[in-house]
Design a protein around this ligand. Structure first.
Ligand code: GTP
Ligand code: MG
Length: 307
């Protein structure tokens, strides 16, 4: 048996059938994974291996508890999808992670898509690597896309790892020789089930996202804000700012439409905070009551404002 060059599973061919279909027919298939088994993939990390922890700026985890034990090594923190962020204040995003107390050598805001800070990151990897560098992080954060970018920019190797907008694209370790060291792609960890509960059309839309354009709303009692058909927000005379990529639809209505709510959350906000909608964006609220209704089972959380 070979290992599929696209996702790492055992296969008789160079590419497994799933990767072949993603690449040739744009056909994506969700896979069910066992989180513990996935975490076991990281057991081969040795003490002197370098870690590149890849975080999606639109899906910052509340904590890194799942992978905390694997983060005792030297870590380069990579904040990916910087192209989607509404402001270019890199320091602001970087310092946001101070509170996570990770063992970080250096932090980079990068955009794999726009090649932003990739040279700087590569220099840092070269300066700190002994043998191996593991790219780890939550699913869909862009680990495989980043490795593809490094292979493309800094080698003559024509290997391409499969990437997609769905969760769990990489299924096993993938080792790539570059220079005198080895890059190791790892299967992303699921932090909650939010991404699997989003519709295919929303995920597809998110994969074509454009830079976030914040929209401020002064909302009266009788109004509602809708984000696509996923979220309905009601407030009483409150100000909010919605941060979602500009291709995501945000609308204000004076009447409720036929929104089918499956989950309701009532927040009482005391100080300026973000209500985070993983993978989609966040809502900055100053204070007061906010009611959120969801038409799909997405786990929201509150954090200090990112911006
Ligand atoms: N806007 C934007 N999208 C990106 C960037 N990098 C990756 N993506 C998108 O993010 C999605 C996930 O990318 P992958 O590289 O497959 O992510 P991964 O971390 O390897 O995912 P798993 O293998 O499931 O763990 C794809 O739709 C990519 O196109 C970036 O810099 N900017
Ligand atoms: Mg991957």
């Amino acid at each position: 048996m070979n290992k599929c060059v696209g996702c790492g599973v055992e296969t008789t061919n160079k590419l497994c059938e799933r990767c072949f279909r993603i690449r040739n027919y744009n056909e994506y298939k969700k896979v069910d994974i066992n989180k513990e088994e996935f975490l076991n993939n990281l057991n081969s990390i040795n003490k002197d291996d370098l870690i590149v922890l890849v975080v999606d700026l639109l899906n910052i985890p509340l904590n890194f508890n799942d992978i905390k034990d694997r983060l005792n090594n030297r870590v380069i923190l990579v904040l990916n999808k910087f192209d989607l962020m509404p402001t270019n204040n890199e320091e602001r995003y970087e310092s946001y992670f101070d509170k996570y107390n990770l063992n970080i050598i250096d932090t980079f805001c990068i955009s794999t898509k726009n090649n932003h800070n990739i040279d700087e990151l590569y220099e840092c990897i070269k300066n700190n690597i002994i043998n191996n560098v593991y790219f780890i992080g939550y699913t869909n954060s862009g680990k495989s896309s980043l490795i593809n970018k490094l292979i493309y920019n800094y080698s003559n190797n024509d290997t391409v790892i499969t990437t997609s907008y769905l969760a769990n694209t990489t299924l096993d370790l993938i080792k790539i020789k570059l220079d005198s060291f080895t890059l190791i792609d790892t299967p992303g960890i699921i932090n909650d089930n939010s991404i699997n509960n989003l519709s295919d059309s929303i995920l597809k839309k998110m994969s074509k996202s454009k830079r976030i354009k914040p929209i401020s709303y002064q909302v009266k009692d009788t109004q509602y804000i809708f984000i696509e058909d996923i979220i309905k927000i009601s407030l009483s005379n409150n100000d909010i700012i919605i941060y979602t990529p500009s291709n995501i639809e945000v609308n204000r209505y004076y009447k409720d439409n036929s929104f089918k709510s499956i989950k309701e959350i009532d927040y009482i906000i005391n100080k300026t905070s973000d209500i985070v909608i993983p993978n989609i964006g966040f809502i900055k609220v100053k204070s007061g009551k906010v009611k959120i209704e969801l038409s799909t089972d997405v786990d929201l959380y509150i954090r200090e404002p990112l911006i």
